[in-house]
Design a protein around this ligand. Structure first.
Ligand code: EPU
Length: 339
């Protein structure tokens, strides 16, 4: 029998450690419980929020509706050939545990995505990516439950409309789709991707194995990014802005050291961390919120209780980047709830 709790405190279930009261909360550990929670929400005409690892959320003080805490666990080998496998991972599995398990089984491709906080079900939503790999490249199928009617469907990678830190699940057409499991195609042949400069430096030799890459990614992340279990944070607070080529060329003229990464023939990705760092924000603390000393893209909650403090402080960063570089920064985590 599904347990639904009223006025549930989510402070310990989000890595920014913000206080937030959920109007209704249910932890689900089976697909049956998930559909039960959805049907309960429909009866109450309540909107639905899905909570995974809480590592990509800025929670405002009050979260109206039904918050479903995704606890579906399990992994299942669906297909195996000489070259690769397809494995189904349930949405509540912890992401880093999944990366470690796959590598230990000899199923390769996830190593560059090691140590990303969060759950399997959250990974496709923002198309997690690091060190030259995005999860979109490995997705065979994303299984969803439609919160409007409980219908179950499987979506191909193309149907998920993945792009940089974005997918169908962030849009109005996909908001009602709750991810219950993800099928990944992983290689049985050792594949390594050390194209990202920071990783190439950490894995210098040509005979590197996937395990070497995994070890290096963990070491690079531990040296460059604060650990959310020690300092409350949500990883990158801003997306790297994508601008047109002409704008990028003007900026390069004014700021020759500015890192730029071509996306395609017409657009260029800029480094939000570099701009924030140049403006002197690294290490600055206001309202109990600070920019990490380790990485200028990471915002740390030192002692703030509510999202309003985080938003007030980070809006100042956005304004200063806009004034100096005429570039607008978008938040990377999702800001939900009411104030
Ligand atoms: N930089 C600075 N100051 C800093 C940090 C970085 O000037 O404090 C400069 C670096 O020197 C480098 C550039 O910024 O030239 C890029 O830095 P980095 O390699 O750390 O990557 P990023 O673009 O800042 C992105 C992802 C990270 C991911 C890394 C590695 C986004 C929003 N962030 O960061 O993802 O780990 O690349 O692939 O795309 C996350 O999403 O939470 C996350 C941590």
């Amino acid at each position: 029998m599904l347990k639904v709790e009223a006025n549930f405190q989510l402070g310990s279930l989000n890595t920014l450690k913000l206080e937030c009261i959920a109007e209704c909360y249910a932890h689900v550990s089976t697909t049956g419980e998930l559909r039960e929670a959805l049907s309960e929400a429909r009866q109450r005409s309540a909107n639905i929020n899905v909570l995974g690892g809480g590592s990509n959320l800025i929670l405002n003080r009050y979260l109206p509706g039904m918050t479903i805490h995704m606890g579906l666990q399990g992994r299942e080998l669906l297909e195996e050939s000489a070259d690769d496998v397809v494995v189904r991972f349930q949405a509540g599995e912890e992401w880093h545990e999944t990366v470690l398990w796959a590598n230990a089984e000899g199923y390769f491709g996830l190593e560059n995505l090691a140590l990303i906080p969060g759950s399997v079900g959250a990974a496709p939503v923002q198309n997690i990516g690091a060190y030259g790999v995005e999860i979109a490249q490995l997705i065979e199928c994303v299984h969803v439950v439609d919160s409007r009617n409980g219908d179950i469907r499987g979506l191909t990678a193309a149907e998920c409309c993945f792009s940089y830190r974005n997918s169908l699940f962030k849009t109005s057409e996909g908001k009602h789709l709750i991810i219950s499991a993800v099928d990944l195609r992983l290689s049985k042949r050792p594949v390594v991707n050390t194209s990202y400069p920071a990783l190439r430096e950490a894995v210098p030799h040509d005979a590197a194995t996937p395990s070497d890459v995994l070890t290096a990614v963990v070491a690079v992340r531990q040296s460059k990014l604060p650990d959310p279990s020690v300092e409350a944070n949500v990883g990158s607070f801003f997306k790297n802005p994508i601008v047109d080529r002409v704008t990028a060329e003007h900026l390069k003229g004014d700021y020759p050291d500015m890192p730029q990464y071509p996306v395609d023939a017409n657009t260029v990705k800029l480094s939000a961390a570099w701009m924030i760092d140049q403006l002197g924000w690294r290490g600055v603390e206001e309202l109990g919120v600070s920019v990490s000393e380790k990485h200028a893209l990471v915002v740390i909650n030192k002692s703030a209780r509510y999202a309003s403090e985080v938003i007030e402080f980070t809006d100042k960063i956005t304004s200063s980047v806009s004034e100096r570089y005429s570039v607008s920064l978008d938040r990377e985590p999702e800001f939900v709830g009411s104030g």
